[in-house]
Design a protein around this ligand. Structure first.
Ligand code: SF4
Length: 393
């Protein structure tokens, strides 16, 4: 049986301590003389109120607890997405100095190739050397939804432990979900502490005024099983865990359980923690683009990634789209023709039915363009849309 503790309250210090205590305390994983590596999610060093980064108080508690448990050294490490000294990164460095820990920007340190046993896709991955040389690994993600992985919590947080060029490579190969599962298999965390002070939606760096999807939740989660934690996190955010391909693969590959009957919740109940209104990929796109509407009918993360590609393609084709032309992208196995019909505004709408799941809808009732695939490939999306628009212009 996996255990996930959930605590709720304004005071980050109190609820972080409680969440870890409910599991038996940090000394369960940290012993005398251990070198501990803490990996917070700091991404591009965005301001704390965006919800993009782990709050400093969470890290303060963990560093204190590690030293109390007898750690000889505590490292706080992240590969920031952009090499710039934001106020957030400076505050992290200051905290580490004050507490006798070390803050490492991992792109300044070597990476080591590691073999992946039973790989999902990547037989070898590269991970930070200071992490691999540590005795204990504490994984400290935030509680966010994510454009292409559905959520970014325990397993996606591994992305900050690899060389920047590998991040780009996995994106280019369209294999981010496979990569994060293989990375976790290459190095499993001893303890996971999720800072859910805020939730937000992650899609690259953006100006602070564009964080419309940030909400304060005042939650902390902790546990040892990354699959159980991500399952509970998804439920809290109102995301269907079955729609997350990486989570299914992680369970199949032995990283943990998605079975709610095999997860014991400690602390506040799931009902009490539930927020259920976090923005998904379709919400994020629809809130920002007039010329693209994504209609998501319980699609998995494969087709969510296709929707993100489509967003980039449509942005690039704005100049040939014309004034009131609109692309309607339909994804997911539960697509309802009546529902889609009500959304249509007339002949300026171009319907794209993306992925095999919507094939029955296409063949039976809707005049749209079907893009096959499971998921559809980015080049097919781009080619189809270009052809369509040039035919109609
Ligand atoms: S077509 Fe494939 S990738 Fe798309 S939603 Fe269905 S199962 Fe997922």
């Amino acid at each position: 049986m996996a255990e996930v503790s959930i605590t709720k309250g304004e005071d980050i210090v109190v609820r972080t301590r409680e969440a870890v205590e409910l599991l038996g305390g940090v000394h369960k994983v940290v012993g005398k003389g251990d070198k501990v590596f803490i990996k917070p999610n700091i991404v591009d060093g965005a301001p704390f109120i965006t919800g993009e980064v782990v709050q400093l108080e969470t890290i303060r508690v963990l560093v204190e607890e590690c030293f109390c448990a007898g750690a000889s050294e505590v490292l706080i490490g992240e590969t920031p997405t952009y090499r710039r000294q934001t106020e957030t990164i400076l505050q992290y460095k200051k905290l580490a100095d004050e507490m006798g820990a070390k803050f490492l920007e991992l792109n300044n340190y070597p990476f080591v190739e590691v073999n992946v046993e039973n790989p999902r896709f990547f037989k070898k991955v590269r991970l930070s050397k200071p992490l691999l040389e540590s005795d204990v690994f504490i994984n400290v993600p935030t509680l966010k939804t994510h454009a292409s992985c559905g959520i970014t919590v325990s397993i996606k947080n591994m992305y900050g432990l690899i060389p920047p060029e590998d991040r780009v490579l996995y994106h280019t190969l369209n294999r981010v979900e496979e990569a994060i599962v293989d990375l976790y298999k290459a190095k499993r965390a001893d303890l996971i502490v999720v800072d859910g002070t805020y939730t937000t939606f992650h899609l690259g760096p953006r100006p602070i005024e564009d964080f419309k999807e940030t909400f304060r939740l005042n939650l902390t989660l902790a546990g040892f099983d990354p699959v159980a934690i991500d399952t509970i996190s998804a439920k809290i955010l109102g995301i269907n865990p079955s729609s997350l391909r990486y989570l299914k693969w992680a369970e199949e590959d032995g990283l943990g359980t998605r079975d709610i009957n095999r997860i014991r919740i400690l602390g506040v109940s799931l009902e009490e923690a539930c927020f259920g209104r976090a923005a998904g990929t379709a919400d994020f796109i629809n809130n920002r683009m007039n010329e693209l509407k994504v209609m998501n009918f319980n699609a998995c993360t494969g087709c969510l990634q296709a929707a993100v590609h489509l967003m980039h393609v449509v942005r690039g084709l704005r100049n040939i789209m014309g004034g009131d032309r609109r692309i309607i992208c339909v994804i997911g196995p539960e697509a309802k023709v009546d529902f889609i019909g009500k959304e249509l505004r007339g002949e300026n709408d171009v319907i794209l039915l993306c992925g095999y799941c919507v094939a029955p809808t296409f063949y039976n009732c809707l005049s749209g363009v079907f893009i096959p695939g499971c998921p559809p490939q980015p080049e097919d999306l781009q080619r189809t849309l270009k052809e369509l628009l040039s035919r109609q212009s």
